[in-house]
Design a protein around this ligand. Structure first.
Ligand code: AKG
Ligand code: FE2
Length: 218
């Protein structure tokens, strides 16, 4: 990866937001509470199709940190994508060019698949410092900074992503990127990033997710 493009971990969100806003067609969702961007047609259709095939090859039931006893909380399937796959390398290079987020701070690219009725209920992507799983997930690389997510297809109905604090419901659409800072401008964890993947009503939904950490990953 060309490190000259990298603007760091994203803990300081300002240079990342500036890089993102420099791209043509990017939309900043208006909210005083969080920093959230949408870019349509971020990934070309062929790349979306190739990523869906990779996800289907490795998918397994999704998990959550700090399991809360609600087995229906996250009912999707997840797949870890191989970092040496040319399709993944291409996707990672596009994410770096767009966000400036340092790939060495990124978790491996993941795919998620939701069938009809599946969802991911309201959650934040950062780990709760008081949670029982905090040390297990965060002792090496620290907590999450930014999230980048791309819809790989357009489900027939449902499957939107809702950010309550911004009063925003983002419709899933093939190739559309959603990207947000899980921190406030001072770097503290931002509870206003609470979001949910709403139930798919018809069809199936595929996304890729990329999470970035305070310190290098692994
Ligand atoms: O599928 C969605 O719309 C949201 C997914 C999500 O929030 C996550 O994987 O952390
Ligand atoms: Fe999330």
């Amino acid at each position: 990866m060309p490190s000259s493009l990298s603007l760091g971990s994203g803990l300081d969100g300002a240079p990342i937001a500036e890089r993102i806003l420099s791209h043509h067609g990017v939309q900043r969702i208006p909210s005083p509470k969080l920093t959230l961007f949408v870019q349509r047609d971020f990934l070309p259709p062929e790349l979306c199709t190739a990523l869906i095939a990779r996800i289907d090859a490795v998918r397994r039931p999704s998990t959550i940190a700090d399991a809360n006893g609600d087995a229906a909380y996250r009912t999707s399937e997840t797949g870890d994508l191989a970092a040496d796959d040319p399709v993944v390398i291409d996707t990672e290079a596009r994410l770096l060019a767009f966000t400036g987020l340092d790939p060495t701070h990124g978790e491996p690219l993941q795919g998620q698949r939701y069938a009809v009725g599946q969802e991911f209920k309201g959650h934040t992507d950062y780990f709760e410092p008081q949670g029982i799983d905090y040390d297990r997930y965060c002792s090496v690389a620290g907590n999450r900074t930014w999230t980048a997510m791309v819809y790989l297809n357009s489900p027939e109905a449902g499957g939107a992503t809702r950010f309550k604090a911004a009063d925003k419901i983002i419709q899933p659409e093939r190739g559309k990127l959603v990207c947000w800072n899980n921190r406030r401008p001072d770097g503290s964890l931002n509870p206003a990033t609470l979001h949910q993947g709403m139930k798919v009503r018809s069809g199936v939904k595929y996304v890729i997710t990329k999470w970035y950490r305070e310190r290098p990953w692994g």
